[in-house]
Design a protein around this ligand. Structure first.
Ligand SMILES: Cc1cc2nc3c(=O)[nH]c(=O)nc-3n(C[C@H](O)[C@H](O)[C@H](O)COP(=O)(O)OP(=O)(O)OC[C@H]3O[C@@H](n4cnc5c(N)ncnc54)[C@H](O)[C@@H]3O)c2cc1C
Length: 312
């Protein structure tokens, strides 16, 4: 079976990975962009549904599929692309649960001017978002990656329909340029993120404080984010976000810090926060996987498997 995938972010790459395993002939078409959700993401798989510490009802099955696929990719490349990571949060341990444990202040107060109680969120994982570049290079080396932008004109659609048995649209937030799915209620959402260096802050946990700080390498390098903005004109880093972060870190951190990078990126969102893996209402061979929002690294593996089951 010949499959064309438009979109070279997490969704398109995982789909290509799984289709290849199912012996399908795959072409991945993507613009190679790096300023996308999949690259700027924190890559955290967390059971928390919200700030009130509710647990996602479907976390365990989503996590099972995610571990299956990410560990398979890790084994193939011989790299640890996913690791378990505790998430340290301010707040009282909410009672017996496999997802929480009490955390003594000793892991926090040497570094932060914060008072307890603190707790650890358990069964959380961190995916290395460097996987995006790795998978793109892998498919490029295999001659399966066509680096270009698909302009959705009628002639282009006809050509894709003639060339492939199925076409998967995995375009993330850029799907709004695709007239084939203009009927879907896509929404706009952006997040500001930073890379900060905090020498001396241990990199063995995520700090879920006013902002999330996710360790992304040696030397006290952290991903810091993010805002969640629904009304905006342009996707540009917001000066107000930087000011708030600086104010917070200066007030609460006992260690010096340096902001190395500040950027802004859109999340792929659909009204009702529902991720979808469905076919086009008229062209059954054109399918879409989108709307992964703020949980793409958790949800994409299960959605990709669902998409596979629909066509194989
Ligand atoms: C700040 C931030 C933090 C996040 N943190 C987490 C987290 O901790 N945990 C978690 O689970 N999720 C997180 N997410 C969500 C997750 O990153 C996204 O849901 C997921 O990466 C979306 O992947 P995607 O492949 O659908 O879209 P994208 O990453 O947008 O990729 C789509 C790709 O397709 C390309 N493309 C689009 N149109 C075309 C075209 N016509 N022709 C060619 N190429 C095209 C784009 O340029 C892009 O490269 C976060 C997101 C953001 C923004």
């Amino acid at each position: 079976m010949k499959i064309g995938i438009v979109g070279d972010g997490l969704t398109g790459l995982l789909l290509a990975w799984e289709l290849r395993k199912a012996s399908c002939e795959v072409t991945l078409i993507g613009d190679g962009s790096l300023r996308i959700a999949s690259v700027e993401s924190a890559g955290i798989l967390t059971p928390l549904a919200n700030k009130k510490n509710d647990i996602l009802a479907d976390y365990e099955p989503l996590l099972d599929t995610a571990l299956d696929i990410y560990q398979d990719i890790s084994a193939f490349f011989g790299q640890e692309l996913i690791r378990p990571v505790p998430i340290i949060k301010q707040g009282a341990y909410p009672g017996t649960s496999p997802y929480f444990e009490e955390q003594s202040g000793a892991a926090v107060t040497p570094f932060w001017k914060l008072t307890g109680p603190f707790m650890n969120i358990l069964r959380a994982w961190q995916v290395n978002t460097g996987m995006i570049r790795l998978l793109r290079r892998h498919f490029e080396a295999a001659g399966l990656y066509s680096r270009r932008t698909v302009i959705w004109e009628q002639q282009q659609v006809r050509r894709l329909l003639a060339d492939y048995d199925y076409i998967f649209c995995c375009e993330g937030a850029a799907v709004r340029k695709n007239p084939l799915f203009a009927h879907m209620p896509f929404t706009r959402n952006k997040g500001d993120v930073m890379q900060v260096r905090i020498p001396g802050l241990p990199g063995d946990a995520v700090y879920d404080l006013a902002y999330k700080l996710v360790p992304v390498g040696a030397d006290g390098l952290f991903w810091l984010g993010s805002s969640n903005i629904w009304r905006y004109e342009e996707v540009l880093p917001a000066a107000a976000f930087r000011k708030d972060v600086e104010e917070y870190l200066s007030r609460t951190l006992k260690l010096p810090y340096e902001i190395l990078r500040h950027t802004s990126v859109e999340r792929p969102t659909i009204a009702g926060q529902q991720a979808v893996a469905v076919s086009h209402p008229e062209h059954a061979s054109i399918r879409i996987i989108n709307g992964l929002g703020a949980r793409g690294y958790l949800k994409a593996p299960a959605l990709v498997r669902e998409a596979l089951a629909a066509i194989l």
